[in-house]
Design a protein around this ligand. Structure first.
Ligand SMILES: [Zn+2]
Length: 428
């Protein structure tokens, strides 16, 4: 296969690469800047080895090329034995270094949050909207972070119909600290639904037919740290043996331990045990209480629509329906749909697998845009581009059919589908 990267190609063994980037990591101490690295691989197993080496976090996969981040903390925490193991696993990979200063530059300007929500701004806006629309919106903290910050959600539903009979859905963002754009779409959606309720028939029917939980910032400690200390931070900030922070999106029970790292310095450190983190427990408690029929999370970046499984390359039991819905949404935002483990890499312990398998929810993730923190001018276009797909997600949830997984039939809430919206908006 011809290399598409001859322009910057440096054919290095991983050892040579590690030696090089070790220098770079030391030079980066002050700004704690991670490095973006390109790998070309020849089989999926190598991609998994790269992802779980503890040295890198793969953020984008296109064809035989993976872009990964190497953080200084990871290289410091990794033992010589682990480096040797990673080297053995990844032997023969051609390593291509790319000039990624443009990509990282926005992170280097400390304190430059621009138009993005800080945690304080997010709380203030949720409070303001709740006060402005008291008949539609209620605020609720679903739990607290290690740093004592509320995981603040709002619960939105219209006045028509019996609340107990409406399907419930969950939409959330910013589980990964540096993915700032992922907190913006929840706010954009919320403002769209509130401003158009009672005016736009589609919005009115969606809001009347569903109970919609929206949680824009799922990892407030991480966001705070990313915006004040180290912009490439991904995890939460809970103290761990030998380091700080757990990747909350590798800490859920289903597939825990697969496609994640046991190295505390890694960006995809899974934590000592499933549900070890307060954020994970808050989400699971909320699911147990509300029995959501569907969930949608936002991450960045890659322009993908992802669905189970993440932990296994096998097809899930409802693969046909998951794929159908994923493809229908992808038609509206132009993203690439697919099963996580098949179009990206094995990622166990992530939210979608647990929400789907344990709690029986149709679970999707959008990987927004092409950067963790796009320029301010891109925030609105990215939100606008994704709104129709999110509206389809909501309309589809009104169809009360459940996945075959999760809570037993007897435990499922009785839902009367009083507007029969699924007939009005069939999937094409
Ligand atoms: Zn993410």
């Amino acid at each position: 296969m011809a290399s598409g990267f001859s322009r910057v190609s440096l054919s290095l063994g991983l050892g040579a690469f590690l030696a090089l980037s070790g220098v770079a990591a030391a030079a980066d101490e002050a700004g704690s800047t991670g490095k973006l690295v390109r790998f070309r691989f020849t089989e999926p197993a190598q991609l998994d080895a790269l992802n779980t080496s503890g040295l890198y976090e793969v953020v984008e996969v296109k064809g035989d090329t993976a872009i990964a981040i190497k953080s200084p903390a990871a290289s410091r925490a990794v033992s010589a034995k682990r480096v040797a193991l990673a080297e053995a696993n990844l032997l023969g990979l051609e390593t291509v270094l790319e000039d990624v200063d443009d990509q990282l530059a926005p992170f280097r300007a400390a304190g430059n949050v621009g138009a993005y929500h800080t945690y304080a701004k997010a709380l203030a806006e949720l409070a303001e909207l709740t006060a402005k629309y008291p008949n539609l919106l209620k605020g609720e903290s679903i739990g607290k972070s290690h740093g004592g910050r509320d995981l603040m959600a709002v619960r939105l539903t219209g006045s028509a119909g019996l609340e107990a009979e409406k399907p419930k859905v969950l939409i959330f963002g910013l589980m990964h600290a540096r993915e700032w754009i992922s907190a913006e779409l929840p706010f954009y959606l919320l403002r769209h639904l509130l401003a158009n309720y009672g005016k736009d028939p589609e919005v009115t029917k969606v809001v009347d037919n569903l109970v919609i939980y929206i949680l824009p910032v799922s990892n407030p400690d991480g966001l705070e740290y990313s915006q004040t200390n180290y912009k490439m931070w991904r995890k939460n900030r809970s103290p761990q043996q030998g380091g700080i922070g757990v990747d909350v999106n590798r800490n859920f029970p289903i597939g825990f331990g697969l496609g994640s790292s046991d190295n505390v310095g890694s960006d995809i450190y899974r934590g000592p045990s499933p549900k070890s983190e307060l954020e994970t427990r808050a989400f699971c408690s909320l699911f147990e209480r509300e029995k959501f029929i569907a969930s949608l999370s936002f991450h960045s970046y890659s322009e993908l629509i992802l669905y189970p499984w993440g932990y296994d390359r096998a097809l899930p039991p409802d693969s046909a329906e998951l794929t159908k819905r994923g493809q229908a949404m992808a038609k509206l935002n132009g993203y690439t749909p697919g099963q996580v483990s098949r179009i990206l890499y094995t990622a166990g312990g992530a939210t979608d697998d647990t929400f789907y398998k344990t709690y029986g929810a149709w679970s999707y993730t959008f990987e927004l845009g092409q950067q963790f923190v796009p320029p301010d001018s891109q925030i609105e276009p990215i939100c606008k581009q994704n709104l129709p797909a999110v509206m389809l997600f909501l309309k589809t949830a009104i169809d009360t059919s459940r996945p075959s997984t999760g809570i037993s039939l007897a435990d499922r809430p009785k839902i009367s589908n009083f507007f029969s919206l699924y007939d009005i908006y069939p999937l094409k």
